[in-house]
Design a protein around this ligand. Structure first.
Ligand code: FAD
Length: 499
């Protein structure tokens, strides 16, 4: 009889673990607290608009990366329309100067050299690194825990040509990267694009993938991805129970034997995989009984992707005359404004004119991402009317700022929706409302986090809390990895198939 696995969470990691476990003859059931699949990879409907809550770029959208094969095994890429845009970002300073971060590296280099001839040398260096990373091999097929010495040697040989670049750019934060530019437009732009403590290597590799057209946008957005993996999982014979919050992981003699749901029901299995939030898994579902100093230090010291105030605007305007941009427009503000208790010098808006499925005909979805902090919103939500007022105030401020850049926009807004860090926490359980788990910093860039917990048998963890940098690839990969680890333990050859 097939061994059983209970999986906590139907985000990308939980669904991936479920698919691969089903392919390998296990009988699995996923318990998901929400009423739909996807976790953070989600969207919500408001007044005819589909507010996409995740997808910017999808690494592995075209052949050449191991991830492409994984997404096909998970049934995600078949039949999808992939859009590859020409621009990654557009940055406008308060005096109207524009820096376009083109996805094509040659075009980007030429544009930067025109804007900042004084930075010729560093521009050559960083675009050289981007070009080098277009040939970068990202290991994805096998759990690092299962590497034999021979696998290690093979990897070493593949990675050898990149060692110097990996070390140099891996150690350089985005803040330092920006500081290398003498030109203020480029310096401020690179410093504002991502988080200052972020390792610049992540950005260089992302541009390399965009250049290669291996990180496209899936038309229809996040739900297309989540629904495709859910479909694949159900077709493989997996079961999902929605609106089923797991409260505790059941343990007997230091062995995970199942889960207890919020309704009190217990569900036993041979293995338990948690693809839910890491902090909740370790500290709440297991009451911190299977923890150690190393894990505690992660949760005390490592920076996380901050939570977001996420504003969706439905605008009766086509934006056909505006370029299609992967991550959107960053506007430097003439005067700083205070939003959610913090002073802001810029505003980042994404104009979803590349995806007509997200808005009624002739209209456009806009999303504005503002990083924020969880305690601010948690305490505000204790007084629901103040919480709602603050959301309204933020929407007013954002609309008025955008109206200055796009005159007439305020009158064209017909839908406003504000999600806060508390919303993210409520719907996905992610610690502090984080939107992608551990930040990839020089400290975490090469860290291989354990997918098991000390002293607990038959238990595995998958998802963004066991792979710094997070993202959809980490979900797909770690779901596959834990299945490989389970197969290895059961002395079974891991198999994967493409539908
Ligand atoms: C605004 C935004 C933009 C992003 N852009 C990109 C992008 O362009 N490209 C990219 O690759 N990534 C992007 N990401 C990141 C990506 O969405 C996440 O890293 C990824 O989806 C995480 O998947 P996961 O399965 O590890 O975790 P999650 O998505 O958090 O899934 C965990 C699941 O577990 C469930 N759960 C939690 N607790 C319990 C419980 N107690 N009982 C039952 N179920 C539970 C949750 O409801 C959830 O469904 C973005 C994220 C956001 C928010």
């Amino acid at each position: 009889m097939a061994k059983s696995i209970v999986i906590i969470g139907a985000g990308i990691a939980g669904l991936s673990a479920g698919c691969y476990a089903q392919m390998n003859g296990y009988s699995t059931k996923i318990f998901e607290m929400h009423d739909k699949p996807g976790g953070l990879c989600t969207a919500w409907q408001r007044k005819g608009y589909n507010i996409d809550g995740c997808l910017h770029w999808f690494v592995g959208s075209a052949p050449g990366l191991g991830l492409y094969d994984i997404w096909r095994e998970l049934g995600v890429l078949q039949g999808q329309n992939v859009v590859n845009m020409e621009q990654f970002y557009r940055i406008e300073d308060s005096k109207g100067k524009v820096f376009n971060v083109f996805c094509n590296i040659d075009r980007l280099e030429q544009h930067m050299k025109e804007l900042a001839p004084e930075d010729d040398r560093f521009i050559g260096e960083c675009t050289g690194a981007m070009r080098r990373f277009t040939r970068f091999y990202m290991p994805a097929d096998k759990a690092p825990e299962l590497y034999s010495p021979f696998d290690g040697l093979k990897l070493l040989l593949k990675m050898f040509p990149f060692f110097g670049a990996l070390r140099k750019w891996g150690r350089m934060t985005m803040d330092d990267f920006g500081m290398h530019f003498k030109n203020p437009l480029l310096r401020n732009a690179w410093q504002s694009i991502w988080f200052p403590e972020f390792s610049s290597i992540f950005m260089l590799i992302t541009i390399a993938y965009l250049h290669n057209k291996q990180a496209g946008y899936i038309l229809g957005g996040s739900t297309k991805i989540s629904q495709a993996i859910e479909k694949r999982y159900l077709q493989l014979g997996g079961e999902i129970s929605y609106k089923s919050r797991v409260d505790k992981i059941l343990v007997e003699n230091d062995r995970a034997v199942g889960v207890r749901l919020a309704d009190g029901s217990e569900h036993r299995a041979y293995y338990v995989v948690s693809a839910a939030d890491g902090h909740a898994t370790i500290y709440d579902m297991l009451d911190s009984k299977y923890n150690n100093d190393k894990i505690r230090a992660y949760y005390e010291k490592f920076p996380i992707f901050p939570p977001l105030v996420y504003i969706g605007l439905g605008v009766n305007r086509s934006f056909n005359d505006f370029p299609q941009i992967v991550s959107g427009l960053i506007l430097s503000l003439e005067k700083p404004v205070t939003i959610a208790g913090e002073e802001r010098k810029s505003l980042s808006v994404r104009i979803h004119n590349f995806d007509p499925t997200l808005a009624p005909a002739g209209r456009t979805l806009l999303t504005v991402l503002i990083t924020s902090n969880y305690p601010y919103w948690k305490s505000l939500r204790e007084d629901i009317s103040r919480y709602k007022e603050e959301k309204e105030r933020i929407a007013d401020a954002v609309v008025s700022l955008l109206d200055k850049r796009f005159p007439g926009l305020a009158a064209q807004v017909e839908m406003r929706d504000v999600a806060t860090p508390v919303t993210f926490h409520r719907y996905t359980g992610n610690w502090q409302g984080s939107f992608e788990g551990w930040l990839m910093t020089p400290q975490t860039v090469t860290l291989n986090m354990s997918k098991t917990l000390p002293g607990l048998d038959c238990f595995y963890m998958a998802g963004q809390w066991v792979q710094p940098g997070g993202g959809l690839p980490s979900g797909a990969m770690t779901g596959r990895y834990v299945t490989q680890m389970i197969c290895k333990r059961d002395k079974k050859r891991f198999v994967a198939m493409t539908p």
